[in-house]
Design a protein around this ligand. Structure first.
Ligand SMILES: Nc1ncnc2c1ncn2[C@@H]1O[C@H](COP(=O)(O)OP(=O)(O)OP(=O)(O)O)[C@@H](O)[C@H]1O
Ligand SMILES: [Mg+2]
Length: 257
């Protein structure tokens, strides 16, 4: 379970995220959508304890990320938007390193990684140095590293970017299998067809504020007032474009990071 409680974050006076609140129940696949610069990555970094919020808090399975960050992080897997890997390790060494951090017993490691390595077709690369990997292969080892310690809550920042169609299918199957086991999956994406196909609920943010939240059907129903002339059900893409046009992202921060 994930609970965001009035999360806010500014970068040198520029408000990137404003009083954001939502709740994601166990076993829910939750798509986090918004235009470039809307505040998705900033939010995910606050939810995972990488960035400290200016105000507000987040609970991961009931544990505060600001008050008890280590205990909260024990419950999390995280794929960053850009690969952050130790490139002088092989893929297998990196997965072992991640499982060391999460204190996964040696006896269960093979069972945890074998199927993931196979699903993402990483077998031919797993004993090569990560620096030799293509961008998509780096993404895939990052996904496996986020999942292999079997976290109850998984955060993925744009997991589909750079993946080929086979890998997108492997990702969708893996995530569905995880939510089926009760894992809470929170992912950002710009690929709205993927989001519409696999998510149970969505949040759409614009300018750091929540503009819509619920199942796609609920959000669609909120937009389609009876007799407004929309006979065809709106796709998630139509909904996204309509809502984000009403709530444009303010000028991007020009403050250097
Ligand atoms: N380190 C930083 N320093 C200054 N401003 C930042 C920093 N990181 C993000 N911002 C600003 O905060 C806002 C939100 O950025 P963020 O990366 O969270 O957006 P996003 O929704 O993830 O966008 P994208 O879809 O492009 O990944 C933007 O205006 C961005 O310029
Ligand atoms: Mg981002």
């Amino acid at each position: 379970m994930i609970e965001a409680i009035s999360l806010s974050k500014s970068y040198s006076g520029f408000k990137a995220v404003s009083e954001l609140g939502f709740r994601v129940d166990d076993g829910v696949m939750y798509a986090f959508l918004g235009p470039n610069g809307a505040g998705k990555t900033t939010t995910i970094k606050m939810l995972t304890g990488i960035l400290t919020p200016d105000s507000g808090d987040a609970l991961i399975n009931g544990i505060s990320i600001t008050k008890d960050p280590v205990a909260a992080k024990r419950n999390c897997g995280y794929l960053p938007d850009v690969p952050m890997l130790f490139e002088k390790l092989t893929g297998r060494q990196y997965l072992n390193f991640m499982m060391d951090i999460f204190e996964i017993p040696a006896a269960s490691r093979r069972e945890r990684t074998e199927k993931l390595i196979e699903s993402f077709e990483l077998g031919p690369h797993i004993d090569s140095l990560i620096e030799s990997y293509s961008l998509g292969t780096k993404k895939k080892i990052g996904i496996v590293a986020a999942c292999c310690h079997k976290p109850p809550v998984l955060f993925l920042d744009e997991p589909t970017s750079g993946l080929d169609p086979q890998s997108v299918r492997a990702l969708k199957d893996t995530l569905k299998e995880m939510t089926g086991r009760g894992v809470t999956v929170f992912f950002s994406t710009h690929i709205l067809e993927v989001a519409e196909k696999i998510c149970d609920r969505v949040a759409i943010i614009g300018g750091g504020r929540l503009v819509a939240e619920g199942s796609v059907a609920q959000i669609r129903a909120g937009l389609n007032a009876p007799g407004d002339g929309h006979d065809d059900p709106k796709s998630l893409e139509d909904i996204f474009l309509e809502l984000t046009a009403r709530n444009p992202v303010q000028g991007e921060s020009s403050v250097p990071g």
